[in-house]
Write a protein that binds this ligand. Structure first.
Ligand code: AMP
Ligand code: MN
Ligand code: MN
Length: 329
């Protein structure tokens, strides 16, 4: 059986991709992986299913990012590596195109680097998966060691972005000893932590306080105060998008309410589906809750795309969380 490091050593042309609407962990891990592969003398293209958020523009100084558009040809590659997800279905329309390349024999393999529960059973034929790792970027950092490649500053910035994105800037319970040891090493290499913080969180649009307050006003405390739910209809989702507002920020104040065990953010999508994000405090396993809606993630942060109306999704989530809380007693 080919190990992941063997695959990186033996193949030549790589395409790096990840889940739709790539987040900081996804693009940070891609950044580091692209520098690792270049150091090994490989050809690398990063092609995401969606454009990069402007938050991550600072990475472009040393790393090239592309996104797939219908009609534009994809670069040639031997191996496509999915980072921060394990299923082609999470890669949107680009996932189908990657599958076609494989089926036609134009590409040799799909590989996976990921830290989600169950990712070894995804679409990768060669996987580097550890569901206990705080971020995909941490796994790429481990690969530098396994392949005996020195970490450069651009790669270190990628790993740092991954760590801070998935640990809520070192606040969540996944911020373990490996995370802090890596963070120390990355800062020693020259990563400017407070500059990255300002780049990510202190360049908000003037409308962001208004959309944040409008979104927060829609919260409901349910199930005796154990579930905090916010539903954003299409109109508010669109206002958030126009203000370039990251709706994840809505969940934090709700997570801080004493007694809340689960926070649910439901967003009406333009295709009629509902994007659901769940965050847990305490011991409820939200990954297990979203599984019934075809989603996935981690014990304390998970998501799903629900094929139903917003009102139906509200009800379905309330019922599912109630059952999980009861089972937990
Ligand atoms: P989000 O709520 O979108 O920030 O996602 C929380 C976690 O769940 C992240 O690790 C996501 O990668 C994962 N996740 C979100 N949506 C899905 C989905 N539809 N299928 C599998 N995992 C998901
Ligand atoms: Mn992610
Ligand atoms: Mn991640």
């Amino acid at each position: 059986m080919t190990t992941f490091p063997d695959l990186l050593r033996s193949e030549q042309r790589f395409l790096l991709t990840g889940h739709e609407n790539p987040d900081g962990d996804c693009v940070g891990a891609q950044t580091a992986m692209s520098h690792l592969l270049r150091a090994l003398g490989k050809t690398v293209h990063i092609v995401n299913p969606d454009p990069l958020s402007k938050d991550f523009d600072f990475l472009r100084a040393h790393t090239t990012f592309a996104h797939a558009t219908a009609g534009e040809p994809l670069p040639e590659f031997d191996v496509a590596i999915l980072l921060d997800c394990s299923q082609l279905q999470r890669v949107g329309a680009l996932g189908k195109r990657l599958r076609e390349r494989l089926d036609s024999g134009a590409a040799k393999a799909i590989a996976v680097v990921d830290h989600h529960v169950g990712s070894e059973h995804g679409d990768g034929s060669v996987c580097y998966v550890d569901a206990t790792a705080a971020a995909t970027g941490a796994l790429v950092r481990r690969l530098f060691r396994e392949l005996d490649v020195e970490l450069t500053l651009p790669a270190a910035e990628g790993v740092f972005l991954s760590l801070v994105s998935d640990t809520g800037w070192f606040r969540y319970s996944n911020a373990d000893a490996e995370v802090f040891a890596m963070a120390s090493e990355l800062v020693s290499l020259g990563v400017d932590s407070s500059k990255i913080y300002d780049t990510l969180f202190r360049r908000n649009h003037p409308d962001s306080p208004t959309v944040l307050s409008d979104a927060l006003q829609r919260h409901r405390l349910l199930l005796g105060g154990k579930l905090a739910r916010v539903s954003l209809d299409k109109a508010l989702v669109e206002r958030c998008a126009r203000a370039d507002f990251d709706t994840d920020a809505v969940m934090d104040p709700l997570r801080s309410i004493e007694g809340v065990e689960v926070v649910a953010l439901l967003k009406e999508r333009f295709d009629g589906a509902v994007k659901c994000s769940l965050r847990a405090r305490g011991d409820v396993d939200v990954q297990a809750i979203v599984r019934q809606f075809g989603g996935g993630g981690h014990k304390k942060a998970a998501g799903a795309t629900m094929q139903m109306t917003l009102a139906e999704a509200e009800q379905a989530i309330e019922t599912a969380v109630q059952q999980a809380l009861l089972a937990h007693r």
